[in-house]
Design a protein around this ligand. Structure first.
Ligand SMILES: [Zn+2]
Length: 201
């Protein structure tokens, strides 16, 4: 791949969708509370709850746009790894949080990116209703599109409240997902290097 391909991505990452209608969200939370047998109209502890819940979801679903600025790699072609990037997201099946860490790596071709941008990319895609698999592949695809690197590796480890608070109720259960592209997928030694780097051995 050449430089024009590397620069042909979409460096301006912006939120998707129509955004949050806070008033409608507050009303909907009030309706939900009533449907759940609660009394948000007169219970002093619940009167302000619709506003707080709407604000909390608005914040969790509002990514901060940023520019994924890239730089010439100046010949650097070793793996770049950012380990243990904390993230919070919302499961699209239950609207309950899942939280964990992301490990993001790439092997530069002609462009590199500031390390903080790897964490920003994770946060950007985490702040929408997600499944963990989708979040993993979206972060990997974003790096692929913007850097055209020789390889990309993304591993997410997360605990899902919809598994720990309800259903099978197994606190501490962590789900691991991975997306490997290019050399990271095709070359077993490169993949092994990535896995040993993220596991700290
Ligand atoms: Zn869920």
């Amino acid at each position: 791949m050449n430089a024009s391909v590397a620069q042909a991505g979409h460096p301006n990452l912006r939120p998707i969708g129509p955004g949050v209608d806070t008033i409608a969200a507050e009303q909907a939370v009030q309706d939900l509370l009533i449907a759940l047998g609660q009394d948000p109209l007169t219970d002093p502890g619940l009167v302000d709850t619709p506003r707080r819940v709407a604000a909390a979801y608005a914040e969790m679903l509002k990514p901060k746009p940023f520019r994924l600025t890239t730089f010439p790699s100046e010949g650097y072609d070793e793996m770049v790894v950012a380990r243990d990037i904390p993230f919070n997201s919302l499961c699209m099946h239950h609207m309950l949080p899942f939280t964990g860490v992301a490990h993001v790596a790439y092997i530069p071709h002609e462009r590199i990116v500031g390390l903080s941008k790897l964490a920003r990319a994770v946060e950007m895609f985490a702040r929408r209703l997600q499944i963990q698999e989708g979040l993993t592949t979206q972060v990997a695809g974003c790096l692929q599109d913007n850097l055209a690197p020789k390889g990309v590796g993304v591993v997410l480890e997360a605990e899902h409240m919809c598994m720990t608070l309800r259903g099978i109720q197994k606190p501490g259960t962590r789900t691991t997902t991975s997306a490997l592209l290019g050399q990271m997928r095709e070359d077993p030694r490169t993949r092994q290097e990535f896995l040993s780097l993220i596991h700290g051995s």
